[in-house]
Design a protein around this ligand. Sequence first.
Ligand code: NCD
Length: 323
Amino acid sequence: MTAALPDAADRLDFPHRHLLGIEDLSRDDITLLLDLSDSYADGNRSAWRKLDLLRGHTVINLFFEESTRTRTSFELAAKRLGGDVINIAVQHSAIKKGETLIDTAMTLNAMHADALVVRHPQAGAVHLLAEKVNCSVVNAGDGSHEHPTQALLDALTIRRHKKRLEGLEVAICGDIAHSRVARSNIYLLQAMGARVRVIAPPTLLPPAIDRLGVEVFTDMRAGLAGVDIVMMLRLQRERMQGTYVPSVREYFRYWGLDYEKLAYAKPDALIMHPGPMNRGVEIDTAVADDIDRSLIREQVEMGVAVRMACLDVLTRHAGHRAN
Ligand code: NCD
């Protein structure tokens, strides 16, 4: 089985013990992860599917928030590398946050896991856990803060289609204020030389958004003009306290992606969405399912490859190093 090892594995030099956010990564770190993910993506489409790189390693998926695709994707990634996986779903409402997190860390330390994949509704909770456990920690989404593997899988999907990231114009549209996907993508795309615009109703823009170096639009047609990539976001109603949009119907009319608005982007512009989609709210069904323009299914496929690469570098190569 080792004959099937991706080439990039020979030149691994990932200087981090954890993957907590894209903000902590250099351009070289990102390139290394994308190159390795690329090899895994090819491998996943070929005959070799199951490796034994993580044999004897245990990955724990610790999810304090509902998730289907991200959790499954990490599980599949760890299993394809030959690791053992344990899924722990914690009902957030039932816990006293700070105290329980530390207790959880102590319990997990006693189990000698090799990697911990954590999703938590509060920004910063994953960092806190990383300080307390002995193993590598991967942030699978913390509140509205970061979701690094999503940004990596988005970048990999774009790179495989456009052959580059540098110089691309990318529009991230919709609920920017509540989106960890937007934040991680902004960091990653800018680090790799792409230009990022955000398009949202004023109520769904975070206050200091211009400090992130993006161009800000509140009008879809103006914001989409000439872009290479249109990345749509879900309206994250579970994170909203109060009313941010007048009605779903009106939201779709002004900020939903349909063919009429898409026509302002470049003719070969590609469409993305991290899922789960609210069809007819932020994206028209026909646009989402357009096999010539939509990369949404491929994003899911790339997610497994990216998570294999991340678990690979963290568990095999960086476990002993300081962050
Ligand atoms: C995203 C998330 O959880 O942040 N989804 C995902 O990871 N597949 C985006 C979202 O929930 O809208």
